[in-house]
Design a protein around this ligand. Structure first.
Ligand code: M6R
Length: 366
């Protein structure tokens, strides 16, 4: 049942080309000029009239929500907020019938997310679900939604569900942007084409496996880690840090790279490695200078860079290359080496990666 892999988590990491193919199936037209999601098509008026979208979720799904915020802002020009479901439900949110609340949940059973949905519905908002488990409580409680269709996720640490969520949020942002007429057709064409090719791109990205396994050996005994990213990859940094915490029990924090000098850089010394997500995007030059600041304090640097990057090789201790994709899709490829890094460090430490201590796959109580 683990398909020849040692653990469910490794199987699920390597399954991502297939699960993303399933997730994308039938949602992008053959010529990559249009994205169609039935949940959006069937609720056109709600999406046309929306004045604000609030994304609610917990854990990894909340990280996907942060990426979704950026996507929806970029492609739909609608104000977006992201809330932890647990904070939203007790935060007395101000909502009306021009609000859309998007609840993201792999299991579809998370108690706080379910309660947030109920509250949003009571206040008149239209509630849309992005879930994996078909027929679970959250898809039943929402007004409409889109399944990510990545198949059962058994490993407690979410991997393929995260990339499925980010994929669906990209599709949703493109579909709603088209519906509202605020996205130009060349943007749709280029993002949809790259998204359509994503299963193959992830396959290519997974070739970093051996390099990541090798470099993981240098960090088996680390006690702390910092993950840095900017823009679309600030949430990727948070997600990379959460993966490491969950399964290897190493303390890890994710920060937007530019925040370092506002405090966290005080932590950097030889004992504090950093993982830097630095694809060749609009913020690349800025992140290079953030990396130099870390490096000059003696911390080891693992950099995730676009294929062909040479500048970072002179600064970072280890460079892992990822394929070049449009900026909005970089979290999908950059998260692959981070999943593998957390995985191999945990394996090096002899931890049970599929069932880490103190954690349950779905958190059905508060
Ligand atoms: O099933 P959900 O997506 O609602 O679960 C939310 C979180 O409990 C979940 O993402 C958790 O953070 C994972 N263990 C992360 O790997």
């Amino acid at each position: 049942e683990k398909g020849g892999y040692d653990t469910f988590m490794l199987k699920e990491i390597f399954e991502q080309p297939t699960t993303l193919r399933d997730c994308l199936r039938g949602r992008i037209t053959g010529d990559c000029s249009r994205v169609t999601l039935s949940g959006v098509e069937l609720n056109k008026d709600r999406f046309l009239q929306a004045e604000r979208i609030t994304l609610v979720a917990c854990g990894t799904s909340w990280h996907a929500a942060l990426i979704g915020k950026r996507l929806i802002q970029d492609f739909c020009q609608i104000p977006v907020e992201v809330e932890y479901a647990s904070e939203f439900r007790y935060g007395n949110p101000v909502l009306n019938d021009r609000d859309i609340v998007i609840a993201i949940s792999q299991s579809g059973e998370t108690a706080d997310t379910l309660a947030a949905i109920q509250l949003a519905k009571d206040k008149g908002a239209f509630v849309y679900g992005v879930c994996n488990v078909v027929g679970a409580s959250i898809p039943r409680a929402t007004d409409s939604g889109t399944y990510i269709h990545v198949g059962p996720e058994i490993g407690v640490a979410s991997t393929k569900a995260f990339t499925g969520q980010v994929t669906v949020l990209t599709l949703l942002a493109l579909a709603v942007g088209q519906l509202r007429g605020v996205i130009d057709s060349s943007t749709v064409q280029s993002v949809a084409t790259a998204l359509n090719a994503m299963p193959g791109t992830i396959e290519e990205t997974l070739k970093c496996n051996d390099a990541v396994q090798k470099l993981s050996m240098f960090f088996t005994y680390a006690h702390n880690f910092i993950y840095l990213g900017r823009g679309y990859n600030y949430p990727t940094a948070l997600e990379g840090a959460l993966k490491l915490k969950e399964i290897s029990y190493i303390h890890a924090e994710g920060y937007p790279a530019a925040e370092m000098k506002h405090g966290p850089i005080a932590l950097i010394d030889q004992e504090m490695p950093s993982v830097i997500i630095a694809p060749s995007d609009s913020l690349y030059d800025k992140i290079i200078s953030n990396v130099q600041q870390v490096k000059s304090r003696g911390g080891a640097v693992v950099a995730i860079v676009s294929k062909g990057n040479t500048a970072m090789k002179d600064i970072a201790n280890f460079c892992i290359e990822i394929p070049d994709v449009p900026e909005c899709l970089t979290p999908l490829v950059a998260s692959i080496p981070l999943q593998l890094l957390a995985y191999y460090i945990a394996v090096n430490k002899g931890k049970n990666v599929d069932q880490p201590r103190n954690l349950a796959k779905s958190v059905t109580v508060e």
